[in-house]
Write a protein that binds this ligand. Structure first.
Ligand SMILES: Cc1cc2nc3c(=O)[nH]c(=O)nc-3n(C[C@H](O)[C@H](O)[C@H](O)COP(=O)(O)OP(=O)(O)OC[C@H]3O[C@@H](n4cnc5c(N)ncnc54)[C@H](O)[C@@H]3O)c2cc1C
Length: 280
């Protein structure tokens, strides 16, 4: 007999989720300015950090299960508005851009401080869900940094979000030899890995909504900020020098023309590897 699936019970107070999304260069071949030690962004197309799409998908699934709203949050230049619009076209309810010249040159300490202050300004929330890491900076420090600034419990490398119950989120966290089952009280910060869910595509309805949505911008005028923690000046990490290692291979070419030279070549190569100490 066909039975209509019953809808999951919605939580009395809907979940409020914030998803920080970074705008990154489309190419994985990111170049650094050797003089300033910063990323060369001129002339590079930018996209949503691919790993943040998994965070967004995890948030959307929680919202579908328990009800609530999702706010996408990005710190970057005005062009970062584009990645926020994309997040809205995928199902985010609203978005906030954090942008000010005084934020430029921020390291992960300054970035996570500024984002944490923006999270506070957004208001009460249940969870901040971040990607595992950004494909350009690649430190995976910003999520834990936001949690530290806000004094939130944190679960990193989350591969599955099971349920939200009694003010706690039940989840699975990847560890080297398996996974841990955790029950984390809200509000909390979660950073997810790809296994958490496959990101959906934007919808036409979402695209139309994103075109019409007014996205507020937070800056040094309307955020409560300590100027000492902002931008390059507030960044304890200093890039001393950046260089691309030169790879010089002292190659040896062994020519093979017939069976005899094949066997001689194998002997020669084995001898070479033995001399280099590569063979057991
Ligand atoms: C000395 C120094 C100078 C730097 N100068 C510059 C500079 O001039 N210009 C510049 O663009 N970068 C600069 N950077 C890089 C910048 O600090 C990092 O890109 C940034 O702090 C984020 O770190 P990450 O890319 O390692 O993110 P990760 O920690 O790997 O990201 C983890 C997760 O945090 C969230 N997240 C990270 N960054 C953001 C963001 N901006 N908005 C929303 N969510 C985010 C995402 O969910 C992401 O998946 C500098 C870094 C250093 C160390």
């Amino acid at each position: 007999m066909y039975r209509k699936k019953s809808k999951p019970e919605l939580k009395e107070v809907p979940l409020k989720i914030i998803v920080p999304i970074k705008q990154v260069p489309e190419s994985s071949n990111v170049k650094m300015d050797p003089e300033t030690g910063t990323v060369i962004r001129a002339g590079i197309e930018t996209v949503v950090n691919p790993l943040d799409l998994y965070a967004l998908e995890a948030a959307l699934r929680l919202k579908e299960q328990y009800g609530g709203t999702i706010t996408a949050l990005s710190m970057g230049p005005p062009q970062a508005m584009r990645v926020l619009k994309e997040a809205v076209s995928m199902g985010c309810d609203d978005a906030v851009l954090v942008s000010d010249r005084k934020f430029s040159g921020a390291d992960t300490h300054a970035t996570s401080y500024t984002l944490a202050q923006a999270v506070k300004a957004i208001g009460a929330f249940d969870a901040v869900i971040t990607g595992e890491r950004a494909t350009d900076g690649d430190t995976a420090q910003v999520g834990p940094g936001i949690a530290a600034w806000l004094g939130l419990p944190i679960a990193t490398y989350v591969s599955k979000i099971d349920a939200f119950k009694d003010g706690r989120i039940q989840l699975e966290r990847l560890v080297e030899e398996g996974y841990q089952l955790l029950s984390v009280p809200v509000p909390c910060l979660i950073s997810v890995v790809k296994a958490v869910a496959t990101p959906r595509l934007p919808t036409l309805e979402g695209k139309i909504r994103s075109m019409n949505l007014q996205i507020p911008a937070y800056n040094t005028e309307n955020l409560d900020l300590n100027a000492e923690y902002l931008g390059l000046k507030g960044s304890p990490t200093k890039v001393v020098k950046i260089e691309t290692p030169k790879i010089t291979r002292n190659g040896k070419i062994v020519q093979i023309t017939d069976d005899l030279s094949l066997s001689a070549a194998v002997d020669e190569l084995m001898d070479l590897l033995d001399k280099k100490g590569v063979l057991p």
